[in-house]
Design a protein around this ligand. Structure first.
Ligand code: ZN
Length: 434
């Protein structure tokens, strides 16, 4: 036995929350091997992460990010999506370098670990750097290089993009923690031929296909004008909808499309704060869940959120659907917490490995210190986690059995060095006119 987490509450997502002093989870290798009381006394040689008011829970799963977009945080806010993308983000992305992507990803990973996330699903550019950063941090990650019809700031012509993707697949084929995915950006940036080629690659590699789908009214309008069908129907027509698809946003879906996604086994990444900030709308998550669609929660990139804190995202997800429907029973704390843990794991095809604290599962766990003014008294742990807890309440984090944060100090990353580097990158970005 190498590691024991010991606290007072256990929210395992496998059965109800438990409260007992000394409740413990024991880890051997990369896995959870025992759950019980006072396991530290039974295994005195093991490292002990203890907190008398500690709450142990599965690490959060962020199912849609662009981690390196942290470098654009706060740079162009309060703009319409297309204006934001075409006039601010795309021109700046054209000047990205490997180094900027590497450090910006590290910055997001510091933030993710410090706010309880242990897995993320990333689509971006220069994703060899994203993978290198994830490996340095010891994060569990699904990573893929973005494909689109125009030349990429990373690989140039599309043909090179497929070579780059193949190299990523080869480099990480034996990795426990990093899985490579196929990422056609969206129906408005990818031709039908590109979408089908990407789908064939995903099929051949048995990989996830991660795409933005039905994010805005303009996307739907443009797709109908070009192809005579909505984005979801367009993908169906092209034969792309299946169980390996992770569709981000899905704001603009009608009932027939929701039934179609359910039938095809498509998974959905719900990104409420990004959808609110870019005024895209509110995804019909309750209807999706009611129809049997697997839904996880994502933050999207930090340029449209503006953080990667999944505690904030859970709180927003729980409240947004209530105000839309004027129904306080919509999206309960339990539903939201499930989507951010086991639901996210299911979106990524990993519900048998992560997303809950069960014997035999991978040890991806966090502990929060609940002895805080904003968390007291503690009547209901799940409610407290969704409506009152903050990312900064997370004190310890373990990924695949490895301690990545101990008493809020990162063990795998040099946080101060990352912040210093990002200050320099940020200053140089502000100096460069578009
Ligand atoms: Zn996105």
């Amino acid at each position: 036995m190498q590691l024991i987490l010991s606290g007072r509450w256990l929210v395992s997502m496998d059965g109800g929350a438990r409260e007992e002093a000394g409740i413990s989870v024991a880890v051997a290798g990369d896995s959870i091997v025992e759950i019980g009381l006072n396991l530290a006394a039974k295994y005195p040689q093991a490292e002990l992460l203890a907190c008398p008011y500690g709450l142990i829970m599965p690490g959060l799963v962020n199912v849609h990010t662009h981690a390196a977009m942290s470098c654009f945080r706060g740079l162009a806010d309060d703009l319409p999506l297309m204006d934001w993308l075409t006039r601010h983000i795309f021109p700046r992305e054209a000047r990205l370098t490997k180094e900027i992507v590497y450090y910006s990803t590290l910055l997001s990973l510091c933030e993710m670990i410090k706010s309880g996330t242990t897995s993320f699903n990333d689509m971006y550019l220069f994703n060899k750097e994203t993978a290198r950063a994830a490996a340095a941090a010891g994060m569990r990650a699904w990573i893929g290089e973005g494909f689109f019809d125009f030349p990429s700031p990373n690989y140039g012509e599309l043909e090179n993009g497929f070579v780059y993707a193949e190299e990523l697949f080869s480099a990480y084929k034996d990795s426990d923690l990093i899985k490579i995915t196929v990422n056609p950006h969206a129906v408005y940036t990818c031709s039908p031929a590109l979408l089908q080629r990407a789908a064939a690659l995903a099929e051949r590699k048995n990989a996830l296909l991660h795409i933005h789908l039905a994010e805005t009214r303009d996307e739907v309008k443009g797709c109908v004008e070009r192809y005579g069908r909505s984005p979801a129907r367009h993908l169906e027509q092209l034969g792309l909808l299946n169980e390996r698809v992770v569709a981000a946003h899905c704001v603009m879906l009608d009932e027939e499309e929701i039934a179609l996604l359910a039938q095809r086994g498509v998974k959905v990444a719900h990104c409420p704060e990004s959808n609110m900030k870019l005024a895209s709308g509110i995804a019909p998550v309750q209807k999706m869940l009611g129809s049997g669609v697997t839904v996880g929660i994502g933050t999207d990139g930090s340029a449209s959120n503006n953080d990667v804190d999944m505690f904030g995202e859970m709180s927003t997800a729980a409240k947004l659907h209530k105000v839309r429907d004027l129904d306080p029973t919509a999206m309960s704390a339990e539903t939201v917490l499930r989507a951010a843990t086991l639901g996210g794991a299911a979106v990524l095809g990993a519900a048998d490995k992560i997303g809950s604290i069960e014997i035999g599962k991978k040890a991806d766990m966090i502990m929060l210190d609940m002895r805080q003014p904003h968390l007291c008294p503690l009547h209901n742990p799940v409610s407290q986690l969704v409506y009152a807890a903050k990312g900064s309440d997370v004190i310890h984090s373990v990924i695949n059995g490895r301690v990545v944060m101990r008493a809020r100090r990162l063990t795998t990353l040099d946080e101060a060095a990352v912040l210093d580097e990002m200050e320099k990158i940020g200053a140089s970005m502000r100096r460069t006119a578009l």
